[in-house]
Design a binder for this molecule. Structure first.
Ligand code: PLP
Length: 393
């Protein structure tokens, strides 16, 4: 059977592959420490689980509207107003199978064959694959380590052509942990609004910021920027709900209606029970987050400090999300590794730690390590990293 060109051109997610490989090795009794997964190690809060159990007991187990249950669309509108200072009507919101499917539906709704989509590099692995799948052309612009990987208007401007349809902004950023300050978002937003370029604002890590940095939602900046922005978010990272698969998009009604239509002809709706749980997550107090953020912060500082003590490794202090993105170019050279893949493989074989090579994010010479794992794992894993490196040098 011949497969479609569309699917043959798509690469499978390398981060999911590494996570699966680490799990496979662990199942075989090999003591692998996983720094690959982008998922909180905390459990979903109890009141969220209770809401799901209640939904089952009440028989809330049938199809829902493809846009999501009205209660959840209202809860998202309430959240966006109260926490992000953006006014969206519930009709401007679609509930999706995680942020990943929100982005997928958006690409399929707005990209025409040959349209260009600007993607800052390093990038989250999924963006270019979804753009290509929708018939678009990814155009990469590089964010620089010397500028803390923060995206600026100057990075974007030279890449814009008459075919530019969309730009994907991610702040806080996966994999670099960079954040975009409000002033820069405003410059970028104004530029896009003037040219009618759509912005996909991926804000999945909005709550995970450190050192007093406060996240700004792109669409909150002005009405003109809001008109060209689709806000993408999910409950996955904030509420440790990666497996529940609930995300959402909010934006101009005609785009959201198109995304709902895709839901109606593909997934039908997001799991009814998970939607009820999501309502509880969004409207109930989020005090638990303070402890989680404190724990991430401690791990972040520890991990970066230890990484910087490994020969040939230098790592910036990330300002958000839960990833460290060390530069390992010197280590690759001095350790005579072929590239970052070779180094990651060596670390898996020799140190029994799973990390993601930077090439997966379009940036060779880096590694991504998630600190959404226990302090104990971080201490032990980085000790193994250092030992394996010293043995090699
Ligand atoms: N956007 C970014 C930047 C991510 O890192 C991820 C997950 O890793 C997602 C979107 C997808 O999140 P979800 O699990 O809600 O689909």
């Amino acid at each position: 059977m011949e497969l479609s060109k569309r699917v043959l051109n798509m690469s499978p997610s390398p981060t999911m592959a590494i996570t699966s490989k680490a799990k496979e090795l662990r199942a075989k009794g090999i003591d692998v420490i996983g720094f690959g997964a982008g998922e909180p190690d905390f459990d979903t809060p109890e009141h969220v689980k209770e809401a799901a159990k209640e939904a089952i007991d009440m028989g809330f187990t049938k199809y829902t509207p493809p846009a999501g249950i009205p209660e959840l669309r209202e809860a998202v509108a309430y959240k966006l107003k109260n926490e992000n200072n953006i006014d969206y009507e519930p009709e401007q919101i679609v509930i999706t199978d995680g942020a990943k499917q929100a982005l997928f539906n958006l690409m399929l709704s707005v990209i025409e064959e040959g349209d260009e989509v600007i993607i800052p590099k390093p990038y989250w692995v999924t963006y270019p694959e979804q753009v290509k799948f929708a018939g678009g052309k990814p155009v990469f612009v590089e964010t620089k380590e010397v500028k803390n990987f923060t995206l600026t208007l100057e990075d974007i401007e030279p890449a814009v052509t008459s075919k530019t349809k969309l730009i994907i902004i991610c702040t806080p950023h996966n994999p670099t942990g960079a954040v975009i300050p409000k002033e820069e978002l405003e410059r970028i937003g104004k530029f896009c609004a003037e040219r009618g370029i759509l912005i996909a604002s991926d804000e999945c890590y909005e709550k995970l910021t450190y050192d007093g940095f406060k996240h700004t939602s792109t669409a909150s900046i002005s009405e003109e920027i809001k008109e060209v922005t689709v806000t993408i978010n999910a409950l996955s990272k904030t509420f440790a709900m990666t497996g529940w698969r609930v995300g959402y998009a909010a934006g101009p009604k005609e785009i959201i209606d198109a995304m709902i239509k895709i839901n109606s002809q593909s997934i039908s709706n997001v799991n009814s029970i998970a939607q009820k749980a999501a309502v509880a997550a969004l409207v109930k107090p989020k005090d638990f987050l303070n402890d989680w953020i404190k724990a991430y912060d401690e791990r972040r500082r520890y991990m970066v400090e230890k990484l910087n003590k490994i020969p040939g490794v230098s790592c910036l202090m990330p300002k958000g999300a839960f990833y460290a993105f060390p530069n390992v170019k010197e280590l690759i050279e001095k350790g005579r590794f072929k590239d970052d893949f070779d180094l990651a493989e060596y670390l898996l074989e020799e140190a029994k730690i799973a990390v993601v090579p930077g090439t997966a994010f379009g940036s060779p010479g880096y590694l991504r390590l998630s600190y959404a794992t226990s302090m104990e794992n971080i201490v032990e894993g980085l000790e193994r990293f250092k030992k394996a490196v010293i043995e090699r040098l």
